[in-house]
Every structure is written in C-alpha cells, then in structure tokens.
Design a protein around this ligand. Sequence first.
Ligand SMILES: CC(C)(COP(=O)(O)OP(=O)(O)OC[C@H]1O[C@@H](n2cnc3c(N)ncnc32)[C@H](O)[C@@H]1OP(=O)(O)O)[C@@H](O)C(=O)NCCC(=O)NCCS
Length: 192
Amino acid sequence: MHIDILVAQPEHTIYAQPICDLIEESAKARGTGIAKREASYVEEKILTGKAVIALVDGEIAGFSYIETWSHGNYVANSGLIVNPKFRRLGLARKIKKAVFELSRKKYPEARIFGITTSLPVMKINSDLGYKPVTFSELTQDDAFWNGCKTCPNHDILMRNDRKMCLCTAMMAKSAKEAEKTSPQPLSEGEGL
Ligand SMILES: CC(C)(COP(=O)(O)OP(=O)(O)OC[C@H]1O[C@@H](n2cnc3c(N)ncnc32)[C@H](O)[C@@H]1OP(=O)(O)O)[C@@H](O)C(=O)NCCC(=O)NCCS
C-alpha cells in the first residue's frame, strides 16, 4: 500500500467531486455535523495551495483544507474526510498534522480553530496543541457561521445566538504565539 500525503496540486482537481461525494455520504451516515461542500469550492482550495490530499495507490483516501476568517486573523482547518476504505490507519492524524503545519507556514499570525463533534478529531486536535474554547473565542465572521447552514443542527446554533451548539470548539496558538511561549533552552550556568 503506497500512501502519499501532499499539499494538493492542480492535477488533483479531478478528485474534487469524489471528495464532495465522500463528505456527503459520511454526513448522511453519521446523521450530523458536516457542512456540505460544492466541487467548485474544493477545486478553488486545491488551486490556491490551501488543501492537503491523501492518496493510497493513486486512489482518493482523504482531504482537508484551510479557510481564513476575520481578515486572516483566524484560520480553520475544515472539511476533513477519510475514505471509509482507509479509516483507522492513522490517515486523519497525518492529514491534520500536514494541514496544521501548512496553515502555520502560510498564516504565521493566525490562530487555528475548528468545531467538531468527532472524537477522533478532538483527540488529534489535542495532540496538536489545540485547547477547548467557547464559541465567543472564535471568529465572528458571518461567512464562517454561514457554513453551518447546511448542518442538520443549524436550528440549535441559531436558537442559542451562535453561542453554543453540538460541536466543541477548539483553538491552537498562532505560529508567532507558539514561538514566543515555547520554553527557551537554559543557557550555560543557569539552573533550576
Ligand atoms: C473522523 C475521521 C476523519 C477519522 O479518520 P481516520 O483516518 O480513521 O482516523 P485515524 O486513523 O487517524 O485515527 C485518529 C485517532 O482517532 C481514533 N479513532 C478513529 N476513528 C475512531 C472512531 N470511530 N471511534 C473512536 N476513535 C476513533 C483512532 O484510534 C486514533 O486515536 P489514537 O491515535 O489515539 O489511537 C474519519 O472517520 C471520517 O472521515 N469520518 C467522517 C467525516 C468526519 O467526521 N470528519 C470530521 C468532521 S469535523
């Protein structure tokens, strides 16, 4: 089995529709939580270098992409999907790590956040350094919250003035913040 985890390239736009089909089928199977995506939107993410794709022996195995909000102050890693044929092999973990690193490289000033009902995603996010936050900490950009309109739980979000819903929000520091707060090595002669 040959696995490639790559920043998606223009030749990968052929996978845009199959990616949307996987997202839609998984949303139906789970009965909750994943916003619907159009192929043209996925294509645009691929063409602008904002997506990570996983291929197994040339077959589409997984995908995730970057969205920017509030004039680039916030970045979300969205649309995570792993083909059911290739689940429980650690692909989501690898894709999330790759899209997280790509986000920090492209947007070093931006905090990275996600909202999810998925236990695997919560586990992976925690390991990447995300912390749970309330929705008030997230971007208030209407365009982000409009993405929730195709979720079956949208009425719950709106009933709560966008302050809470079934998803858990998680946020990670920007690359700049992480750099400032990472422990500096002790210099010679310094002790505890
Ligand atoms: C959620 C999803 C992306 C996980 O993909 P995956 O490649 O199977 O996940 P991984 O193999 O990388 O597993 C990551 C961790 O989650 C755990 N995990 C994976 N699926 C799980 C499940 N169904 N139940 C409980 N734990 C699970 C794994 O054991 C692993 O934990 P560990 O490293 O501590 O052992 C995949 O199931 C999927 O595409 N689901 C539908 C779409 C979706 O829910 N997207 C997220 C929207 S926010």
